[in-house]
Each structure stands twice: as C-alpha cells, then as structure tokens.
Design a protein around this ligand. Sequence first.
Ligand code: BTN
Length: 258
Amino acid sequence: MKRILDILKNRIKPKKIRVPAKVYYFRETESTNKEAKLATGVPDRSLFIAEEQTGGRGRLGRAWSSPAGCGIWASIYLKPQKESDISQLTLLAGLAVCRVIENSKIKWPNDVLLDDKKVCGVLCEAVMDGERVSRVIVGIGINVNTESFDDELSDKATSVYIETGKKVSRERLLNNVLKEFFDIYDEFIKGGFAGFRDEYKKKCATLFRDVIVIKNGENVRARAVDITENGELVVEINNTREIVNAGEVSVRGLLGYN
Ligand code: BTN
C-alpha cells in the first residue's frame, strides 16, 4: 500500500516536462517506443513518456524492465528534415544522458554506465515511408530511483539511487536530459557526429579495453582502440584494424558488464 501511495505521490507531471512540442503521458503502456511508432499527427520533437511499461523493449530484441514509479521510460519523436544516421543519433542520445548523470561513462555504442554497470539504455528506431526515414524514435530508459534488481540483473544493472544513495527528481533529470539532447540534436543536424567525437571518446569506457565482438553469431576477441568521426568503433584483431558499426554487432567487455 505504501509503495502504491509513493508511486502516486511521485508521479511524473507531464506539465512539468519541457519539450519543444507535445508530451504524451501514459500511466501504463506496453512500450513508449511502440506508442510513438504507431501514433499519427504528432508534432516533431514530441515526447512519449510512461510511468510503467509492461513490454519495454531493448536493443537486439531484448526486454527492458520498466517498473512503475522508479525510472524514466521515454521516447523522443523526431521528424528528420534530412537523412539522419540513426546509429549516430543513438550514440548522441547516450552522450546527452552521460552529460547529465555525474561520473557516468558510455559503453559503446550507447549504454550509460555507473560503476561499470548499466544505468541507461537507448533504443533508436526508424519508421520508413517507402525508402525514406519519415520518423525516428529515440527511446531512452534510465534506472533512476530503483532500489534493487532481481538476481538476473543485479550484476549488470544499477540505478542512480543505488550508486549515490540519493533519490532524485525524475522530472528534473528528464528535463536536463532533454535540454542536452535537443542542444546536441541541433548541432548534429548542422555538422553531423564529428563535432562530438572528442567528447564521446573522453566519456567512452569501451576504449582501450579488450572486448568480444559478436558478429554474425561468432565471438571474436579484439581491442577497442578508437572511435571514427562517424561514431563507429575501431578494433584491433590480430594487429589488423577493423571498423565496427553499431547496427551490425554487439560488443562485450571481458571484465564485468563493460
Ligand atoms: C537497451 O539498452 O537495450 C535499450 C533500452 C531502451 C529502453 C527504452 S525505455 C523507453 C523506450 N521504450 C521501450 O520500449 N524501450 C525504450
């Protein structure tokens, strides 16, 4: 009962969320990405947000745990004016969150980590109109005030609360992330990913680590050595450099989650 009262009291108030367009708020939905993908007549730069997702989705077909009241489960709805590289937008959404969560790092391409555990994930999806990308949905999941994770997740997932011992206003955190994201997006539209490369590299926990590149079902051991100006990961495999694109592979660290 106390938990239900807490959830009601701490509910996100859509009026307090600052986005350039509209906020679509759901007390409960399957997935804000799904809502955004199916919606019609939505203005560019709107936000879909839920208190709870019953079928939250992650990258590579995984599920994303999204219980009520403790996280940010949000999807930004974009109508790109020109062809935008969705992999690069994914990296930049991670960068926006990393700018806001103190001491966080990015596991390439877009997981945000605290203490080497995942605090945020990003799932970007394109909606096509024939050959053209008509909309891009940038789904962002942040574990904010989650008190604990079940056994399966606890060695790889964390929350801002678990790491800092402090409960945080989700509205404030979300507003800060949105501000960073739209600042970044405006720059990205003008100049692409290249202007963010240095900052991204500084915040990237994957660089100079041994990683496993999972490509076409095969695990290959490699060392992460650089990020290109398009946001791809450069790895060394047996002294040969290879460029890895976020859409093609999954990268695992050899130590811990990272
Ligand atoms: C990942 O790391 O695998 C990506 C997780 C993305 C989760 C967010 S929560 C809001 C939006 N709706 C979803 O169903 N997924 C994204």
